[in-house]
Design a protein around this ligand. Sequence first.
Ligand code: C2G
Length: 130
Amino acid sequence: MRKVITYGTFDLFHEGHINLLKRAREYGDYLIVGVTTESYDDSRGKLNVQENLMKRIENVRKSGFADEIIIEEYEGQKIEDIQNRQVDAFVIGSDWTGKFDYLNEYCEVVYLERTKGISSTDLRARQNGI
Ligand code: C2G
């Protein structure tokens, strides 16, 4: 069984997230999705997330692609998750190309093409009438 893991904030859950999760699930037999906490997002400079953790987890759950949902709380957790859960592949969107190559030491690293024309940032701006 090929185990795949991916991570994200998944704020204002949209088509780009769905496309990513669908392809991540298809890449293996079992998909683990890590959803970031507010404090972890704060620490990495993502300051304007609109939806709380429970809402974002619920949206990922409802998508039906995740076999397991975990919470991502700190820098360095990815390595531990991959090792503890015997993950075969780490999958993430192409906006991160190269950034997670260090995980190659622990599993396969795959960058999937990001869906063009939609983002949480755009949706937040639209909400605020910008
Ligand atoms: N994504 C995508 N297409 C979009 C928008 C997002 O493919 N138009 C993908 C991102 O590349 C990512 C996932 O959807 O793989 C979640 O995106 P975000 O919610 O923005 O989360 P992000 O900040 O990319 O999380 O540990 C956290 C992760 O390292 C990164």
